[in-house]
Design a protein around this ligand. Structure first.
Ligand code: AMP
Length: 184
């Protein structure tokens, strides 16, 4: 149970859970949002190309995102598994991920959905205060999630593990770990 994807609406606590889970499972945590923010912070060419999308809460174009992930998954620390956080975010990216994994005879073991009500996530995001956390951008990110990302729940229905994302951090981590154990 080592090649995992975490999905859930913005504000569901994916980043926090991904950090805890990657530690417990000893697999690298790969967050496309973190990778983009690092590029922006470092002032790279890629960072300059993606900044406006993050500022607006829109998806970065697939060709940029897919290449970034493909390069990251080619690094040897992912040989024993990985936890993807924030990727894939649409069906096209999911198709590319399947293809990249299939090239080395691999596939995803599970997709973990953190389930949280929209009211709760908007409140959490307003409290968080990241650069892209003003109300209009938050609304846009929720819209993008519903339109682009939520279809993945059906796409991955055979390997989907749904976990209640409301509660304290450790409790939710334990729910995910036990739900993953129950599948095997
Ligand atoms: P996150 O940290 O996952 O909330 O992502 C922050 C922002 O990074 C998103 O609002 C998008 O602009 C961009 N982003 C992150 N992951 C992806 C992805 N898989 N595809 C396109 N854009 C992404």
């Amino acid at each position: 149970m080592t090649r995992l994807v975490l999905v859930g609406p913005p504000g569901a606590g994916k980043g926090t859970q991904a950090t805890a889970l990657s530690e417990k499972l000893s697999i690298p945590h790969i967050s496309t949002g973190d990778l983009f923010r690092a590029h922006i912070g470092d002032g790279t060419e890629l960072g300059r190309r993606v900044k406006q999308y993050l500022d607006d809460g829109d998806l970065v174009p697939d060709e940029i995102t897919n290449q970034l992930v493909e390069e990251r998954l080619a690094e040897p620390d992912t040989d024993g598994g990985f936890l993807l956080d924030g990727f894939p975010r649409n069906v096209g990216q999911a198709d590319v991920l399947s293809k990249v994994l299939a090239e080395s005879d691999k596939k995803l073991d599970a997709v973990v959905q953190l389930q949280v009500d929209e009211d709760v996530v908007v409140q959490r995001l307003l409290a968080r205060g990241r650069a892209d956390d003003n109300e209009d951008v938050i609304r846009n990110r929720q819209r993008v999630y519903r339109a682009e990302t939520a279809p993945l729940l059906d796409y991955y229905r055979d390997i989907l593990v749904t976990v209640d994302g409301v509660g304290d951090v450790e409790e939710i981590t334990n729910r995910v770990l036990s739900a993953l154990r129950d599948r095997t």
